[in-house]
Design a protein around this ligand. Structure first.
Ligand SMILES: [Zn+2]
Length: 411
């Protein structure tokens, strides 16, 4: 199978290259903001938003004084306007589908999106990446060998470090099916997730501790006078802390789904948005929520890579309320209840583990009551896993997790 994959490396630019990268990112940002301002004016006047190619023409016509753009690379502007195209497309699509995506926003100079994308002749050597107009820049780690076509390269600054990621069309061998058990994975209340075999995936500390570690730093930062050298220093420190948290989070969100995808034959998860109903408002919890969406997205492609299968349970399947022992459906548990108690048969079991087992039973048919528990929603054993709820790419899965969480909250 072929698919697009991104490879990301940290770069080691020289001082001169640093200045060049910063000015290229600045060009991309100003082109994007210029385009967005123009789009807003047009929308206010009741006119449609121009596409990226048109934007390029307008830029050339309206801004003769801004030919300095070509000092970096023409890609900076073009790709920025393509991003703008996409931002508007997402916005309209979200509106149509009923889960709102925010209106495109201006890029801030010191924001996280300090980045630009290049296309054209991109060469990868064992310890460097050569980009058009930038030249060869050393990478901090060895680049791996791969066969495939390089589609584009994105250069991004995170705090004081520069990264390059290249989108590559890669050919993957079809994987051998994984020999392993069928498991259900449920979003935990106390731990990050619970697997039906009893394993608990603990919430990684960066997820739970992030607010606690960031808050005092943010408070100190906000007390420093605007425009002062101290404020600039503390902003840089804060950005480094944010980056470290992000890296740790990404590390966790990659490793756990990889383990699952490599060792289990079928992984059953709840349909999305079911969790949205029991959302509460603590910050740590909402970070964990975003983590859970990312976790599921990783599971979706990693299962395809490693030859296991991801199955999404039927929407509104009451995995926490259906008794695994007798199959009757109980009233919804409140957020604080950690143990499931069946009023009919008196069974008592840990809430999260119980839900995970119910999910696993959807596919495995491991308990005789499965068909009873599933009712008539077509998720019975005889259908076999292949027919059961194919993994749908939710329309929203193309947005970053953070945006999706914001969207959910508004519902
Ligand atoms: Zn029961």
């Amino acid at each position: 199978m072929t698919g697009n994959q991104a490879f990301r490396y940290e770069r080691q630019p020289t001082a001169r290259q640093r200045r060049f990268l910063a000015s290229a990112a600045g060009t991309a940002r100003s082109a994007y903001n210029w385009g967005l301002a123009g789009c807003k004016r047009r929308l206010d006047a009741g006119k449609p938003v121009p596409p990226a190619a048109e934007m390029h023409r307008l830029w050339n016509a309206d801004q003769p004084g801004r030919s300095w753009v070509y000092g970096v690379s023409k890609c900076c502007g073009q790709e920025a306007w393509r991003d703008l195209d996409r931002a508007f497309a997402n916005f309209w699509r979200g509106r149509k589908a009923g889960h709102p995506v925010g209106f495109p926003r201006f890029r801030r100079k010191h924001g996280r999106r300090d980045a630009f994308r290049l296309t054209g002749s991109i060469k990868v050597r064992p310890r460097s990446v050569t980009l058009p107009r930038v030249g060869g820049v050393r990478t901090k780690e060895a680049t791996e060998k791969f066969r495939g076509r390089i589609l584009s390269a994105t250069v991004r600054r995170e705090a004081d470090r520069w990264y390059v990621s290249r989108a590559v069309e890669v050919e993957r061998e079809d994987p051998q099916p994984v020999e392993g058990p069928v498991v259900g994975v449920d979003w935990g209340l106390k731990s990050f997730a619970v697997i039906s075999d009893g394993t608990r995936i603990a919430s990684p500390k960066p997820l739970t501790q992030a607010p606690r570690r960031l808050r005092p730093r943010q408070r100190l930062h906000s007390r420093k006078p605007r425009g002062s050298r101290n404020r600039r220093k503390s902003a840089a420190g804060l950005a480094r802390l944010h980056r470290r948290m992000r890296c740790r989070r990404a590390d966790f969100l990659h490793k756990a789904p990889t383990d699952l995808a490599k060792t289990k034959s079928v992984i059953v998860v709840e349909a999305l948005f079911v969790q949205g109903m029991i959302r509460n408002h603590s910050l740590a919890r909402s970070i964990a929520d975003a983590g859970w969406s990312a976790f599921r997205r990783m599971l979706a492609y990693k299962t395809r890579w490693y030859g296991s299968q991801l199955v999404v349970g039927p929407r509104f399947y009451p995995s926490t309320q259906t008794c695994a022992a007798c199959g009757c459906v109980q009233a919804a548990l409140s957020l604080g209840e950690c143990v499931f108690r069946c009023a009919a048969c008196g069974a008592e079991i840990d809430r999260d583990l119980h839900a995970a087992r119910n999910l696993a039973a959807l596919v495995a048919g491991s308990s005789p009551e499965t068909q009873n528990a599933c009712g008539g929603d077509g998720a019975g054993r005889e259908n076999g896993p292949a027919k059961l709820a194919p993994v749908k790419q939710e329309a929203s899965s193309r947005q970053p997790a953070s945006q999706r969480t914001r969207g959910n909250k508004r519902l």
